[in-house]
Design a protein around this ligand. Sequence first.
Ligand code: GNR
Ligand code: NI
Length: 169
Amino acid sequence: MALLEILVYPDKRLRERAKPVEVFDDELKQLVKDMAETMYDAPGIGLAAIQVDVPKRVIVMDLSEERNDLKVFINPEIEAIEGKQEYEEGCLSVPGVFATVERIERVRIKALNVEGEPFEIEADGLLSVCIQHEVDHLDGKVFVDYLSRLKQDRVRKKMLKEIKESQAA
Ligand code: GNR
Ligand code: NI
């Protein structure tokens, strides 16, 4: 097991479009394990592989209080069903920044499990928000992209300042 380093905005590698998984082997299982460990340690409720500099379409998530209900989505596809919702989002790649984002309320998710078997679920509430946030990462998007230019500039400056300070220390 290993903790992986989480890329921090505005790192350019977060802008890459992740590639579909084609091989369901032990290496993929190890990646999922390491991502789960990294997410639990952070702590966060979700993590996309691109955030640990692996440009593959792999997501781990755990929304449970007890942190014992790991969900894995490989090559996920989202289809809107209905509605809109607003949620105050945060991101492990933008530490300390929280902002309200409008998302689709109810979605259908088609994905593969770690064995490569397809499954389909419907989601609303936090699961729906989180899967949309994670699939954005796989497409090179970050939640701050939905904010005004002014707010994006402020977030970028804050992150760059913190990165600089952590390097000086
Ligand atoms: O830990 C996380 N919390 C969170 C809260 C509201 C909306 C989305 C999220 S996902 C985030 C983890 C993360 O950055 N995943 O990419
Ligand atoms: Ni995120």
